[in-house]
Design a protein around this ligand. Structure first.
Ligand code: GLV
Ligand code: MN
Ligand code: MN
Length: 418
């Protein structure tokens, strides 16, 4: 790991910050002028400013800050002996979807910092190291692969594939990472760092209505729905909008549109399935131009990974039929896949003992905790979102729930530290 900052000693008598106070510090970073909310893709100015904010906050707390070779930022509260083995790790991410809400990711980071404050004000002397981590590119909104940082660290993605991922402007991950101080030759599985993690607990805003319906502020996670991303490219004949008769067209936009509706219908007919097309790009994209190609991205989720695979296969077959009917061709390729995750029962049980009031909830949203779960005991804590909406500016958390979340996280961490 590169030590980007020194080890500072926390001032004695520091009071715990508040989660809402920390989030208000970053409220102006990466605001989206079009949709509202926040657009904070990995290695954008906004995301780099957020990293700097995190590093500053960590140093103020006397934590030793380092960036690992896959671009995650770690803030260590070591044991008096300076040992890092069997670390208890908490944290989340600071990147966002386009026009996302203020809490998806930053709530977990701010709560982790406040939990450290609470533990310090309680006079905790860690018997095992505690680290706060910020994983990069959790949303995959720039390079297409969700949880890229944790996938790289665990070896769940081939480093060559990662190096060659491209952002919408055609920049490779390798080039962008290099421009931001990472050596792309050294990205990939980090056995040494992974081996230090004894447990990972991620606090996150709930992204659905589970806690609203239960009228509770906090839940413990049981599982994450399996999910994946696929890219479809429909190729047709680019042509003139005025001179090409309707009967003479091979318009990939028509094939893509019909496929989008078929995707919706396929998911509706499969209990518990969710399928979404949230991004579609005509090439070249002109009002008076019949497109040559349309690229669009498919997100499919289901608790049974075999069903996910069959839904995608059915969509692929329908897309081929539709494309042929429109005189076009279509290709489908997988961009990322995360199988259904059931969190570690032992860690979940320990959290239940520490937080006896908290209900158990599953989630349809992906997280770095899910990527880490095959390698280390992993758990999640959710904080109520009174709008029930996420990946949108309307995502919300009440101030009092945010502070309860940090206190509950501190209680959970304290129970795992003792
Ligand atoms: C991440 O938030 C995802 O579930 O896509
Ligand atoms: Mn998230
Ligand atoms: Mn998200």
């Amino acid at each position: 790991m590169a030590n980007t900052t020194g080890n500072l000693t926390q001032q004695k008598g520091t009071r715990a910050a508040t989660v809402t106070g920390l989030l208000s510090d970053i409220a102006n970073l990466g605001t989206d002028p079009v949709r509202g909310g926040y657009t904070r893709p990995v290695y954008s100015t906004a995301e780099l400013d957020l990293r700097e904010w995190f590093i500053h906050q960590a140093i103020q707390r006397g934590l030793a800050v380092e960036t690992d070779r896959n671009g995650a930022t770690w803030a260590w509260w070591e044991t008096p002996g300076g040992d890092r083995a069997n670390a208890l790790v908490t944290g989340s991410h600071l990147d966002s979807v386009p026009g996302g809400g203020p809490f998806d990711g930053p709530l977990g980071v701010a709560s982790a910092l406040v939990a450290v404050d609470i533990l310090k004000t309680r006079g905790t002397v860690p018997t095992r190291p505690l680290a706060v981590v910020v994983f990069p590119e959790e949303e995959g909104s720039r390079f297409g692969v969700a949880c890229l940082g944790s996938r790289l660290m665990t070896g769940a993605i081939d480093p060559d594939k990662a190096r060659n991922l491209r952002d919408p402007d055609g920049n490779t991950f390798a080039d962008v990472a290099k421009a931001n101080g990472l050596d792309p030759r050294h990205i990939g599985k980090d056995e040494e760092l992974l081996g230090l993690i004894g447990a990972f607990v991620e606090l996150h805003v709930e992204q659905g209505r589970g806690l609203i319906d239960l009228n509770q502020p906090i839940a413990i996670a049981s599982s994450i729905l399996g999910h994946g991303r696929w890219r479809l490219s429909v190729t047709g004949q680019g042509n003139h909008a005025g001179t090409t008769l309707m009967a003479d067209r091979h318009d990939p936009m028509i094939a893509a549109s019909r496929t989008v509706v078929a995707i919706r219908d396929t998911a509706r007919n499969q209990p518990h399935a969710r399928a979404t097309v949230g991004r579609l790009q005509p090439v070249p994209g002109g009002t008076n131009v019949i497109a040559s190609r349309v690229d669009f991205w498919l997100d499919v989720r289901h608790p049974d990974d075999a069903v996910t695979a069959s839904v995608v296969e059915s969509i692929h077959q329908q897309a081929q039929l539709i494309a042929a009917e429109e005189g076009c061709t279509v290709t489908l390729s997988e961009e990322s896949l995360s199988t259904t995750v059931h969190f570690d029962p032992g860690l979940q049980g320990a959290l239940q003992l520490a937080l006896p009031e908290a209900p158990i909830l599953d989630t349809g949203a992906g997280h770095d905790a899910g990527v880490l779960s095959p390698y280390v005991p992993t758990a999640m804590v959710f904080v109520r979102n009174p709008s029930g909406i996420s990946h949108s500016p309307e995502e919300h958390v009440l101030d009092e729930d945010a502070e309860t979340g940090a206190r509950v996280l501190a209680d959970a961490l304290a129970s795992l530290l003792s």
